[in-house]
Design a protein. Structure first.
Length: 268
């Protein structure tokens, strides 16, 4: 189950807890990506480039990641790199196999968690689907031929309701919902038209009824002209006790014919 994290706005403590737990239980795979870097050679990172996270380690108060550049060379030379003379202790060098890494540049390096946040732009986490406590999928067809290309009144949009039953005594603090919308291409289509867009929004409700106008959605809607759209919504226990329904609304722009799709819902 894919999840994208924007590192410049993330809650660092929550993210560390999630990736440390997920990595050490073998429940996730992680990659991190840079954006534009002004002086690549100075810090040892390539612009607009993806790196694999091999290990997530907590050693005392140190939070550190083992990362690999898939090029097999050219690596980080900042804090906790093999060139760092200030932060390594001999004990830590032995524990984290410092001398093996220092022997040659194979693209693998250690970087502390805070430096990773500051120098990388996004993190992609792929979660073990066995963690998901609920999953469902729906095939549907939306005939948009009579629409003007987009809709402001959502009554005409396909909508799906999720009902939650929350036990106040349950220690659960929050629920994470992922939704995936996949546009199904007709056999005669070679590719998805770039001027047509799809998306989904999630809304809280204390009543089982359709959403009319799209204010106050749980996720920020950014329509895409890709064939897949992914959204994530984090729901606190307190909010679910007040609003036990989540209404998922399929959205589109500039689709003027039949729109076949498959909708997946996963809950962690």
């Amino acid at each position: 189950m894919p999840e994208k994290v924007h590192l410049k706005v993330v809650d660092r403590e929550k993210l560390w807890k999630r990736i440390w737990t997920g990595s050490n239980t073998n429940d996730c795979m992680i990659t991190i990506s840079t954006s534009d870097i002004e002086d690549e050679k100075k810090i040892g990172l390539a612009s607009n480039h993806a790196y694999a996270v091999l290990e997530v380690i907590q050693e005392g108060g140190l939070r550190i990641l083992l990362v690999k550049n898939p090029w097999g060379n050219f690596r980080w030379n900042g804090k906790f790199s093999t060139d760092d003379k200030l932060n390594w202790t001999e004990t830590l060098k032995q524990k984290l196999h410092f001398y093996d890494l220092a022997a040659r540049d194979n693209g693998i390096f250690w970087i502390d968690f805070d430096s990773m946040i500051e120098n990388f732009d996004t993190m992609d986490i792929n979660w073990n689907p066995a963690l998901l406590v609920y999953r469902n999928s729906v095939w549907d067809l939306w005939d948009c031929a009579h629409l003007s290309g987009s809709t402001s009144n959502l009554l005409l949009n396909p909508q799906y309701a999720i009902e939650f039953s929350v036990n106040p005594a349950d220690p659960m603090k929050e629920v994470i919902c992922w939704g995936i919308l996949t546009r199904i291409a007709a056999p005669e289509e070679s590719r998805w038209s770039e001027d047509r867009y799809i998306g989904m929004s999630a809304y809280e409700s204390n009543k089982l009824e359709k959403i009319t106008y799209g204010a106050n959605s749980l996720n920020e809607l950014v329509l895409t002209n890709n064939e897949h759209y992914l959204f994530k919504a984090v729901l606190s226990k307190e909010r679910l006790m007040c609003n036990k329904y989540i209404i998922i609304v399929v959205k589109q722009h500039q689709i003027k014919d039949k729109f076949p799709f498959k909708y997946f819902l996963f809950i962690l």
